[in-house]
Design a protein around this ligand. Structure first.
Ligand code: UD1
Length: 448
């Protein structure tokens, strides 16, 4: 029902507090199913995807209490929520199609449910806007731990073997998958014996999950490298854990500062989690200072320079910043080749950016971006979360007014986006009447 209107051309200046990472919080919430004791999670961003995961946990029988004090919260008082989750007894072991269809990360309950209860039934996610996104690696990994997995009626049905528990095994991933690494990690914590995961994902969100699992009593080592070793334990216990800073949000706002000609301090943003992104922005001419409190990013006086970008698993350039960096290249001097190696069909933002005057030609998995002096505002529509935010960035730098439909994509992944941008000088507002009907409506920013 809502759309965003942006009047471009305002430089952004000031400080933005970086939220907790959606992609860390989702597996952490799923991990609370591994124990019957309370787990407190702080710095959880207020997002529609988090609400979906909370609903799923509730449906499975977990009790979830929002906790008021965020005493150990890392960055700033205005963002983040804290939940205490107790999955004392589970009343279900199924994630339905309705939930998984809305949020693919629901599949992350598969490993924890199977390990804890010996059975799980999770809908296959089906297609999504950025490609096919299969779950075969999740299934193969669980089978390597002894699970009997069948696919029937659109559902993955997994059972522990007759002995009632999973057993440690060797899982070799043919390609790097964040979600499959997380699912198998969680399942292996309660398996009998040792699990070795080879070619595991190295994303910071994996390390955050491992830190939380260790605090719950799990024996995990090697996280952050491509080989993770887990010695199963009989049971896990409660803990308290703070979600790490969102590196994708940090990168998105860094690009916003560079694009609009301002200076933004990203409080709580962690430079060590986006080194490849910082290197690339510096090559493009962007000035970045790294301090104790976060990063300060300023646009180059001499204009932006086009630089080639290729997305890769961490520590490479993240696919979740590909659409945003493409906007920067669209107004940089010279040309840049942007190559997407993680997801097919993740150039859905290109035709919309072209409507705003960008000069981009796509050839299979590469986009040739030839910088233009100025984008112009237009009515545009987004198809996924990161594509949506790239249109916001384009709107911030374009001449005139940009109207973005399907705002619900942004509510899935950017906490208080409009409020944060307005506070640093952006001319951006929500209006009713956009094309996002039947998606549950917008999520309210809890602090504004
Ligand atoms: C996670 C992130 C998402 C990010 C992506 C890549 C969350 C909630 N989401 O998604 O924002 O864009 O990592 O960094 O953390 N694949 C298979 N078989 C599988 C699983 C994956 O072939 O069983 C393929 C995918 O189609 C894709 C590649 O592996 O081409 C990487 O996907 P994966 O890392 O699993 O992404 P997600 O965990 O879904």
């Amino acid at each position: 029902m809502e759309k965003l209107k942006i009047m471009g051309g305002q430089p952004l200046n000031g400080t933005i507090s970086i939220s907790g990472a959606k992609n860390a919080a989702l597996p952490l919430l799923a991990a609370t199913l591994l124990t019957d004791q309370p787990v407190a999670l702080g710095n959880v961003p207020a997002l529609a995807d988090i609400d979906s995961m909370v609903s799923l946990l509730t449906e499975l029988g977990a009790e979830i209490e929002p906790v008021k004090t965020l005493s150990t919260m890392a960055h700033g008082p205005d963002i983040g929520r804290c939940y205490e989750i107790t999955a004392a007894t589970l009343s279900g072991s199924e994630a339905t199609y309705d939930l998984v269809r809305k949020m693919r990360a629901s599949v992350l309950v598969l490993g924890p449910l199977l390990a804890r209860t010996g059975a799980a039934r999770v809908s296959l996610p089906g297609g999504c806007a950025i490609g096919n996104r299969p779950v075969d690696l999740h299934v193969k990994g669980l089978a390597a731990l002894g699970a009997e997995v069948t696919l029937a009626g659109g559902y993955i049905e997994a059972r522990a073997p007759a002995c009632g528990y999973l057993t440690g095994g060797r899982v070799v991933f043919p390609l790097v998958s964040v979600g499959a690494t997380e699912n198998i990690m969680m399942a292996a914590t309660l398996a009998r014996g040792q699990t070795t995961m080879v070619n595991a994902a190295r994303e910071p969100e994996i390390v955050d999950l491992a830190n939380c699992l260790r605090a719950m009593g799990a024996q995990v080592s090697g996280d952050g490298t491509d080989t993770i070793i887990i010695d199963g334990v009989e049971q896990l216990h409660g803990c308290s854990h703070q979600v790490i800073a969102d590196r994708i949000e940090t990168g998105t706002f860094a690009i916003a500062a560079a694009l609009t000609g301002g200076t933004l301090t990203l409080a709580g943003g962690r430079a060590d989690l986006i080194e490849t992104v910082i290197d690339l922005l510096r090559q493009a001419g962007v000035a970045i200072d790294v301090g104790h409190q976060g990063l300060t990013v300023s646009a180059p006086a001499g204009g932006l320079q086009g630089v080639d970008v290729m997305t890769e698993p961490y520590p490479g350039f993240p696919t979740d910043l590909q659409a945003q960096i493409m906007v920067l290249m669209a107004v940089a001097n010279g040309a840049a080749m942007v190559t997407e190696t993680i997801f097919e069909n993740r150039f859905m933002h290109v035709p919309e950016l072209a409507r705003m005057g960008a000069n981009i030609n796509v050839h299979q998995s590469s986009a040739m971006v030839r910088g233009v002096p100025q984008l112009t505002g237009a009515q545009v529509m987004a198809t996924d979360l990161r594509a949506s935010v790239s249109l916001v960035l384009a709107g911030l730098v374009a001449g005139g007014e940009t109207e973005i439909n399907r705002v619900y994509h942004l509510d899935r992944g950017y906490e208080c986006l409009v409020e944060k941008l307005r506070a640093v000088g952006a001319d951006i507002a929500r209006h009713s009447g956009g094309d996002d009907a039947d998606n549950g409506g917008p999520i309210a920013c809890p602090h504004h």
